[in-house]
Design a protein around this ligand. Structure first.
Ligand code: PLP
Length: 436
């Protein structure tokens, strides 16, 4: 045993679990090289933007009160805009999360009588109350903004005929959600999004095209904002925060539309001019700087999980060989014990709270018990290694994140260890022999 193997043993990974994992990894070398190449490109993209925007040590200073003339905040917004090739950005700790960033964008740009059209089917759960799909106090629906939806086709591609039919005179904004989130459809590629936007624009050039980019940043070498989107929105406790941003969200896009969002976040007349940076600037900058490699680590972790559990006969989405457009991995175990053991493994491998054992519980808003694993530095961060699964058929677990690849690897091995201990999996017999 070498030192690393000894360390795995000390941490509770059985030799046969480790050797099975290593076998799977041997087949992933080329794939991982491609991910590193993309991370290299995206890293340079971020550095170039930081240099062109003249980021300096002064940018990390904090402001309080109104936050007038906050150099760090204003420069960071330029860095985001430059990196994502957009005209303007709004990147703030006052944006509490991804849902809030999306809500500010929608409320800022829609007026009574306007219609919002989602062309990627049902939007992310938390947006249902924002839009008013589920009636809710203060929703867009209460302000007289209507909603229409074009579902994706059976194969997960855009339904262009439905989109054409649903683009009505009152349609003001089209929403596209890149990531599948926690649905079973495939995640959309930037190429697909580009095609859909140009289709919409060919019919209605004036419609604002907004992309919910959560979980998608730096997975490909360009973003939807570089492929025709007028607005792109995401969360800083996912990919672009790089694990360091303690909170926040971003909006980038056309100057006018970003300004509309800013006037909703603060108020008319003040817009982007106010908003103290409260000491978070260095973590925002440094997190964004790290984001391309952190996203690469999360991608490797997802691909490792897909190949490992796929090889053991479990259904995995995306598939082991499938191209990636976000960092989420679903594994279907078919039995509750599988979901529970997986989450216990992820928790046991965490740097924080590793000694607690996650248990399924009746979370508000869910129709079944849910188990969640996260030993995160930032509460609820899903760019950090995390997993959750509703305890109901088909007993699937959703897994994402990993700030570093060695941690992602360890977490997945630990999940396998827990499944092994629970007797939920058995290795093909040749593997066990070879591992001795
Ligand atoms: C996470 C997510 C959101 C919401 O982000 P929060 O930060 O959890 O509010 C919206 N859309 C998609 C696709 C997401 O993955």
């Amino acid at each position: 045993m070498n030192k690393t193997e000894e360390m795995y043993t000390a941490l509770g990974i059985a030799p046969e679990v480790l050797s099975y994992g290593e076998k799977i990894l041997e087949g992933l070398k080329e794939r991982f090289e491609k991910i590193d190449e993309r991370a290299e490109y995206n890293q340079l993209k971020v550095i170039r933007a930081m240099q062109e925007c003249r980021v300096s040590a002064e940018c990390f200073q904090t402001s309080s009160g109104y936050g007038y003339n906050d150099l760090g905040r204003d420069t960071l917004e330029k860095v985001y805009a430059r990196t994502f090739q957009a005209e303007a950005g709004l990147v703030r700790p006052q944006i509490t999360c991804g849902t809030h960033a999306l809500a500010v964008t929608l409320f800022g740009n829609l007026r009574p009588g306007d219609e919002l059209l989602s062309i990627s089917g049902k939007p992310y759960d938390t947006l249902e109350e924002v839009i008013g799909i589920r009636p809710s106090m203060g929703s867009l629906a209460e302000y007289g903004v209507t909603y229409a939806q074009a579902d994706l086709k059976e194969d997960g591609s855009f339904d262009f005929e439905a989109i054409r039919r649903l683009l009505r005179p009152e349609t003001k904004m089209v929403e596209i959600q890149r990531s599948k989130g926690y649905q079973t459809r495939p995640t959309l590629s930037v190429d697909q999004i580009e095609e859909a936007i140009s289709f919409v624009k060919s019919i209605r050039p004036d419609v604002i095209c907004m992309v919910d980019n959560c979980y998608g940043e730096f997975v490909e070498d360009r973003e939807p904002s570089e492929a025709g989107a007028d607005l792109m929105v995401g969360s800083l406790i996912k990919n672009p925060g790089g694990g360091l941003a303690p909170c926040g969200g971003y909006i980038v896009g056309k100057e006018e539309y970003v300004e509309q969002a800013a006037r909703r976040l603060t108020c008319p007349g003040l817009g982007k001019e106010v908003g103290a940076s409260l000491g978070v600037m260095q973590s925002f900058y440094q997190g964004f700087f790290l984001a391309p490699v952190v996203t690469a680590a999360a991608l490797k972790s997802a691909i490792f999980a897909a190949n490992l559990y796929g090889s053991l006969g479990f259904s995995v989405v995306p598939g082991p060989k499938e191209e990636r457009h976000d960092i989420i991995q679903a594994v279907t175990f078919g039995v509750p014990e599988g979901v529970i053991a997986f989450c216990k493994g992820i928790q046991a491998a965490a740097p924080v709270d590793s000694y607690v054992t996650p248990e399924p519980w009746a979370m508000p808003g869910y129709d079944s018990d849910v188990i969640m694993a996260a030993g995160a530095f930032v509460q609820g961060s899903s760019i950090e290694l995390s997993a959750d699964g509703p305890i109901k058929p088909p007993y699937a677990v959703y897994f994402q994140g990993g700030l570093t690849w060695p941690h992602g690897k360890f977490g997945i091995l630990m999940s396998l260890q827990k499944l092994y201990e629970a007797g939920t999996i058995h290795f093909p017999s040749d593997q066990i022999q070879e591992s001795v």
